[in-house]
Ligand binder design. Structure first.
Ligand code: HEM
Length: 125
């Protein structure tokens, strides 16, 4: 069976809803506000829409280095990936039916694991 592609509208809604919640989270919000700044959100959201389009639809829109980008984020810890993923799964469950939420959630889990390896488990990290 074909994997149903996700529309740009669905990806927009996922990214907008998720990061609105991230900004309200008592521990994650301040980290993002400090890194992204008052004027950086349109650019950040556009980048993350390209990222999820690349991940879910193999669109090739995102060109970047996620591990390197997170190395510069002040205050990020391995433990904070748990609430990040919790918020992400909650958002997906609200916006998508269960099979499609599971597809996105599994991608996020895999990428989070790769990021954690790169950030916290490299030799010398
Ligand atoms: C960028 C925080 C987990 C995907 C960023 C930025 C921050 C951030 C502050 C902006 C960096 C900058 O522009 O200076 C965090 C925190 C996380 C987390 C605190 C967990 C505790 C994740 C996960 C994913 C992800 C799990 C993917 C599933 C991205 C991407 C970018 C980004 C694609 C853009 C990187 C680039 O500039 O090319 N993150 N992040 N992040 N994040 Fe995260």
């Amino acid at each position: 069976a074909d994997a149903a592609p996700f529309t740009d509208e669905e990806i927009d809604r996922l990214v907008e809803t998720f990061y609105a919640r991230i900004r309200q989270h008592h521990r994650l919000g301040p980290i993002f506000e400090a890194a992204i700044g008052p004027d950086g959100w349109p650019e950040h959201l556009a980048k993350l829409k390209d990222f999820w389009s690349s991940v879910l639809n193999t669109s090739g829109r995102y060109k970047g280095q996620p591990v390197a980008a997170h190395q510069g984020v002040e205050g990020v810890t391995e433990g904070l990936f748990t609430p990040w993923l919790g918020l992400f799964h909650m958002t997906c469950a609200e916006l998508f039916d269960a099979p499609r939420a599971a597809i996105i959630g599994q991608k996020a889990e895999r990428i989070a694991a790769t990021l954690k390896l790169g950030l916290f488990h490299r030799p010398g990290a």
